[in-house]
Ligand binder design. Structure first.
Ligand code: ZN
Length: 201
């Protein structure tokens, strides 16, 4: 057990980055590559791979068996369920044979993916490179996301489609006349053009 500055790093993990915030825990057999940035009070489970250039903010939970590739940013409070979540970083022209070393080093091929504050990614979901996952949205288990997900949207299926809307507390919302009030936390929302936002009165 390696415990320093309130950081827990399991002895079987391979942690090559120095950029880990206080309070973060990294569990068994996880590999975090040099150059990855992990914020404060995160919890990263067993058998994960977090590649160079990945940025993870504070209070993020990544359950066991996830692969998070270069170009991915996870904002505060994101949750990634167990196993197989994979945010790809496939270049627009995915042919290794055309990739010279000079091209590779410029990183111009890299497509970025951003998972905004408070979003939840279900177990086994796949997020295709270049997509934006809106704040407090929920991507269901096994979904394949190929389009941007608006804030608070509930997306499921392959390819993923919007099935409903969720409160910032996680409760499913029921809209009547473009208006919904969460039955759990009383936050109200309005809907317009297939987007929702917190109502201001
Ligand atoms: Zn709520």
């Amino acid at each position: 057990m390696n415990l320093m500055d309130d950081i827990f790093i399991h002895p079987t993990s391979l942690v090559e980055t120095q950029q880990i915030g206080r309070g973060t825990r990294i569990w068994a057999f996880t590999h975090i590559v040099k150059g990855a940035r992990i914020g404060r009070w995160c919890n990263i489970g067993d058998h994960c791979v977090i590649e160079v250039g990945v940025k993870i903010a504070d209070n993020v939970v990544i359950k066991h068996g996830n692969k998070i590739w270069e170009g991915v940013t996870l904002e505060n409070g994101g949750f990634v369920g167990p196993s197989k979540f994979s945010a790809t970083t496939t270049p627009p022209k995915p042919r290794c044979i055309t990739q010279t070393k000079a091209n590779y080093n410029t990183r111009q091929w890299l497509v970025t993916t951003r998972i905004h504050e408070g979003a939840t990614i279900g177990a086994g979901a796949m997020i295709v490179a270049g997509t934006v996952i809106g704040e407090f949205s929920v991507v269901s288990a096994g979904a394949v996301v190929i389009h941007n997900v608006p804030p608070h949207a509930l997306v499921s299926g392959n390819p993923g489609h919007i099935q409903g809307w969720v409160c910032q507390c996680g409760k499913l919302l029921k809209f009547h006349n473009q208006f919904a009030r969460c039955s759990s936390c009383d936050v109200s929302y309005t809907k317009s053009n297939n987007r929702i936002k917190v109502a201001t009165f």
